[in-house]
Design a binder for this molecule. Structure first.
Ligand SMILES: [Zn+2]
Length: 379
């Protein structure tokens, strides 16, 4: 993975490059960033840059034998350690038992997270990084390196280390020569204190909407869709990519259909819309409701301030204009927003979404046709 393939994080990348070029990279690093901000991609890009035999200024060459192996996550001197679970009764699990599946998963989804990985790996129980794994890490790093000057360990989610992590302390405090330990975490509070205090913190920033939008457009996603997805992803690039692949049609189309059915009292169409919504996964159902809430917030702003200050898409502006022309009041918007927030809450608690979207549609319909009467006033 190249630095240029990591979304955002410009300052941190530059800091890493400068330290590596000067030979001053600390030997134990804690990369800390919220889900989807790119901790593992950065750890991989940094390792590739360290190992590259023919660095091209501020990035790896991507063609030397070392880069070729790094791109397959198969460099013999770069070790990955990650949460696993007990598959066999007799033996404690170690990362090596899962390395093939892990490589496949991360190469396909570089911004993935622990939950998805453990799910793909078939875990039914809680994941873990075992004491046996810690002992194997020490052994691997004590060995002479195979082909590079350096040996690197990337531990993904040290949160999964219990007190057995203390086995690693001696290694962190007195590392073998030319050894770099990179811990990639998204929740510092859950990393054992002894590791936190012995590693140098490299914090990641939340990726901005603009950075996500640009990254998507670099992959030839049309600007309109890239803008919409970036806004919904809330700094999580993994979610952004999921939204792209999972949303066949976009949120705006769903919203337009929904509003059309509600305004025109099209009962049968509304039922098909409800069924289609119920088929989406939970995350997308929530994203749809959040998107609708955003549009309603914009609508209020347009009503109060005019549309000049907002970076709205043309298609969104149209839908807002239509709603304003139909006389949707601020009272109604507030009440609809309440219903949408309630629905998000219910989805998180595994409500039956067929019933939920149907009931929601009927209540929104009542509110819209009642125009200026508040829910609060009528109940
Ligand atoms: Zn190279």
């Amino acid at each position: 993975m190249l630095f240029s393939e990591v979304v955002g994080q410009a300052d941190l990348k530059q800091k890493m490059i400068t330290l590596i070029q000067a030979g001053k990279l600390p030997h134990a690093i804690l990369l800390l960033g919220q889900e989807g901000s790119g901790g593992l991609p950065l750890a991989r890009a940094m390792s590739q840059y360290i190992m590259c035999k023919n660095r091209d200024g501020n990035d790896s060459c991507n063609t030397c034998s070392s880069c070729v192996k790094m791109n397959k996550m198969q460099h013999p001197d770069v070790h990955f350690s990650f949460p696993t679970y007990k598959k066999e009764k007799t033996k404690a699990p170690v990362s090596n038992d899962f390395i093939k599946e892990f490589r496949e998963h991360i190469l396909q989804f570089p911004y993935s997270n622990d939950i998805e990985w453990l799910d793909v790996a078939g875990a039914e129980k809680q994941g873990n990084i075992t004491s046996l794994e810690c002992k194997e890490i020490i052994q691997k790093l004590l060995m002479r390196s195979f082909e590079s000057e350096y040996k690197i360990l990337i531990m993904w989610y040290p949160e999964y280390l219990g007190n057995e992590g203390n086995i690693l302390l001696k290694l962190i405090e007195e590392p073998t020569a030319k050894t770099i330990l990179i811990f990639v975490s998204s929740n510092a509070d859950e990393v054992i204190q002894t590791i936190q205090s012995r590693t140098q913190l490299f914090p990641l920033k939340r990726i901005t909407d603009m950075e996500i939008k640009q990254a998507l457009m670099d992959q030839h996603i049309p600007e309109e869709k890239a803008t919409q997805v970036a806004r919904l992803a809330e700094g999580n690039y993994h979610v952004a990519l999921q939204l792209l692949t999972q949303v066949e049609d976009d949120m705006l189309t769903r919203l337009r259909t929904w509003l059309n059915c509600i305004y025109a009292n099209q009962g049968i169409e509304l039922v098909s819309w409800t069924l289609a919504m119920a088929e989406l996964n939970k995350e997308l159902q929530k994203k749809f409701l959040e998107y609708t809430l955003q549009i309603l917030e914009h609508l209020i702003r347009v009503k109060r301030l005019g549309s000049n200050n907002l970076s709205l898409l043309e298609s969104e502006q149209k839908i807002i204009d239509v709603l304003i022309s139909k006389g949707l009041s601020e009272y109604a918007i507030q009440d609809i927003s309440k219903l949408l927030n309630d629905a998000i809450y219910q989805i998180e608690r595994n409500a039956n979404t067929k019933i939920l979207f149907h009931a929601l549609s009927l209540r929104v319909q009542q509110l819209i046709h009642r125009k200026n009467v508040s829910l609060a006033m009528s109940s």
